[in-house]
Ligand binder design. Structure first.
Ligand code: APR
Ligand code: PHB
Length: 402
């Protein structure tokens, strides 16, 4: 491939944020080049959550990549909460006037976007090393990188989109006095296991048990994803599949424990939990989007959904810039995103806090958690609050009129 030397938008990172942005810009006739540190196969090997909000489903359609998602994704119109030994259903559709979520793995969504980009012949440089962003406080930003063969290249552009995840180079390149970071690290992790076994239930079950949180999720009718809250000191090698299944059963209710089908793991890993937000999200001609700007703990599966709505605001702003010669969207980008992000951060933090055991908890804490959950499950107002946050707030929620 001949390396491009000039583009309109240089996108750093080929995760869901970068790929979706590339696709939305392409649909609007705006050129972009994606620079990704890893190989495509490596990006697709990362197992992440898989619950899409309606806004995310709509964006996949808008990007022209929704066909397989609609064919293979599972529509879920509710989920269960298990606490104090009893299961309660949150009927998302009834409580939100017909909304639902779609169970479709992030890996599949990423694959669809990658294939669409490849089919359209759009430029992506994989294994781009030593990416550096320059002069984004001027009208002539540029990005330098080395190819897998070690050649140094420069990409001139109008804008840089930092879609390079939590450990990326873009946020790290912003002068420290121009950026504020808010962070909370939780004192436990999630041990996840993927297996080709039928899910224990046709909907998700979020579990608050005396032994800690657990989650029964799924990727399809034949592939399950389960999680256990574990101490951060646990090492993955110590968790045999047998130990995982045994512990999961102890956290389930009797009916689910009896129905659980176990099998060998395809993937098993421990992930830390973090709440993190960067303010602002734009620095001159550099924008941050997705995990580069914020992290939520996975309880409620907001990470991917937030990333895609950042990208919606960003693509809209860039389209306005090129097509209408207006910078209104660019100037509003950071505030718009953050107004939405903080609400999802709050929900994810609350859902994490109410469902997990914390090391400092005393005997009263579980009782208080149960009382709050019991109240919410028997109050229509409470149920609606959970449901409308779970299915995702509309894109224009609490946003000033354009
Ligand atoms: N140069 C080039 N690419 C980079 C660099 C770098 N210096 N640093 C990171 N990257 C790449 C990573 O290899 C990765 O492929 O940027 C990509 C970022 O992708 P993600 O981490 O998946 O972030 P994002 O696209 O914002 O997706 C957010 O991922 O972590 C989940 O919960 C999160 O579901 C949400 C989604
Ligand atoms: C997942 O399937 O990986 C998943 C689902 C729901 C969550 C978190 C993770 O809240």
């Amino acid at each position: 491939m001949r390396m491009p030397t000039r583009t309109q938008v240089a996108i750093i990172g080929a995760g869901p944020s970068g790929l979706l942005l590339g696709q939305l810009l392409y649909k609007a006739g705006i050129e972009a080049v994606i620079l990704e540190r890893q190989t495509g196969d490596y990006v697709l090997s990362r197992i992440r959550a898989g619950v899409l909000e309606q806004v995310c489903i709509d964006l996949m359609d808008e990007a022209g990549v929704g066909d397989r998602m609609h064919r293979e994704g599972l529509v879920h119109s509710g989920f269960d909460l298990l606490f104090n030994g009893e299961r309660h259903r949150v009927d998302l559709s009834r409580l939100t006037g017909g909304s639902h979520v779609m169970v479709y793995g992030q890996t599949e969504l990423t694959r669809d976007l990658m294939e669409a980009r490849h089919a359209a012949g759009l430029p992506t440089v994989y294994q781009a090393h030593d990416v550096q962003v320059h002069d984004f406080d001027t009208d002539h930003p540029r990005v330098t990188y080395r190819t897998a063969e070690g050649q140094l290249h420069t990409l001139h552009c109008d804008f840089i989109a930092g879609c390079d995840g939590f450990h990326g180079v873009c946020r790290a390149s912003v002068p420290r006095n121009a950026i504020q970071e808010f962070e909370k690290v939780y004192p436990f992790g999630w041990l996840g296991l993927l297996s080709d076994t039928p899910p224990v239930h046709d909907e998700l079950i979020y579990i608050n048990s005396p032994r800690g949180f657990a989650l029964c999720s799924q990727r399809s009718k034949t592939r399950s994803r389960y999680y256990l809250q574990v101490p951060l000191t646990d090492r993955i090698e110590e968790w045999t599949d047998a130990a995982f299944w045994q512990e999961l059963k102890l956290r389930l209710d009797e009916e689910a424990a009896a129905q659980l089908v176990t099998g060998p793991s395809i993937e098993k890993s421990i992930a830390p939990l973090r709440s993190f937000v960067t303010e602002p999200m734009r620095f001159g001609r550099l924008f941050l989007a997705g995990d580069a700007a914020h992290i939520v703990p996975p309880t409620g599966a907001k990470g991917l959904n937030l990333a895609t709505t950042d990208v919606k605001y960003l693509s809209t702003a860039l389209i306005e810039h090129y097509q209408e010669h207006s910078n209104a969207g660019i100037n509003a980008y950071s505030a718009r995103c953050l107004r939405r992000i903080w609400k999802a951060e709050r929900f994810s933090w609350w859902f994490t806090s109410i469902m997990h055991r914390f090391p400092e908890d005393s005997t009263i804490t579980a009782k208080l958690q149960h009382a709050e959950l019991d109240y919410l499950m028997h109050s229509d107002a409470g149920l609606r609050t959970i449901a409308e946050n779970y299915v995702g707030l509309p894109l224009d929620f609490a946003q000033p009129k354009a």
